[in-house]
Write a protein that binds this ligand. Structure first.
Ligand SMILES: [Zn+2]
Length: 290
């Protein structure tokens, strides 16, 4: 057993958990995955800093690694960076989830005329989670083409992970305002705010407090890597304790520049207690996704 595996297993065993539920993991078609790695390697304009990705194995190797770590449930979270590709990504993610039983059946959409139809079909077929990324996709969450999509997701209760915060590099589409406008119109949506909304932590925390089905994922937050550029304001921590039921473990595996256990270490050193860690790392995910 590697040190990394031993460290992660000791973490969840010490809490008396059966394993981890990581709501923010990426698996993409191989050709797309390689392009994502290349973007990070170049530290391109949407990345903004050195970001040496640590996990670059094949799909099989990465699934095996998650299993070794004891990550018993995880997502695949494809996201579309332009129109016309969501269906390709969604077909791939559907077959991936069929082959990997721990993986949530994940999908994405883009503001395009076909979106209401393909989202409606996925929801009817039983898709388990959506992901959109407005920083990469460069669209407004409240684009009119998405009105029917939000209505469908609100009615079905299907969770959607939204990268809406302005990290790592903000643009005209990021920030809390577009999501706030969507929630004002669709207050029953089940939204998981990726990266706790970094760097607009306070604004997205307020949305999670205000809307019954709005959650926050921990992805990369509380790590040394994020603390260096967008540290979580310590004065908000008491409110995260109150929101214990609405914080979900996310890691961004494999697109991370540090070992997987460092995310857990970041959570542990907050000192918010074992109950909080149990809820975040397992209980909340199982309750949300069944
Ligand atoms: Zn991600």
């Amino acid at each position: 057993m590697t040190d990394e595996v031993a460290q992660v297993r000791a973490f969840w065993q010490g809490l008396g958990l059966p394993g981890l539920f990581d709501v923010h993991v990426h698996f993409l078609p191989e050709n797309v995955q390689r392009k994502v790695y290349a973007q990070f390697d170049q530290a391109g304009p949407k990345i903004g800093r050195e970001w040496p990705i640590r996990y670059r194995g094949s799909h099989e190797e990465r699934v095996a690694h998650l299993r070794d770590l004891g990550v018993r449930r995880f997502s695949a979270l494809p996201y579309a960076h332009r129109p016309g590709i969501a269906t390709y990504l969604n077909d791939w993610a559907r077959s991936f989830a069929e082959q990997v039983p721990e993986c949530l059946w994940s999908a994405t959409f883009y503001p395009e005329p076909e979106a209401p139809a393909y989202v409606g079909k996925l929801v009817a077929d039983g898709v388990e989670v959506f992901k959109v990324h407005v920083q990469v996709g460069e669209f407004h969450l409240d684009a009119p083409e998405l009105d029917d999509v939000w209505g469908t997701l609100e009615d079905a209760g299907t969770p959607i992970v939204v990268h809406a915060g302005s990290g790592p590099v903000g643009n005209a589409y990021t920030g809390p305002d577009p999501l706030r406008r969507v929630l004002e119109r669709f207050p029953g949506l089940t939204v998981v705010v990726a990266h706790m909304g970094a760097p607009e932590y306070a604004e997205f925390l307020a949305l999670a407090e205000a809307y019954e089905h709005t959650f926050l994922d921990t992805t990369m937050v509380f790590t040394d890597f994020f603390d260096a550029e967008a540290p979580y304001p310590r004065d908000l921590l008491p409110r995260l304790v109150d929101l214990q039921e609405k914080v979900l473990l996310g890691s961004d595996f494999p697109t991370i520049p540090y070992p997987y256990p460092h995310q857990l270490e970041g959570l542990e050193r907050l000192g918010l207690g074992e109950d909080w860690l149990r809820a975040v790392c397992w209980g909340n995910g199982t309750r949300l996704f069944g």
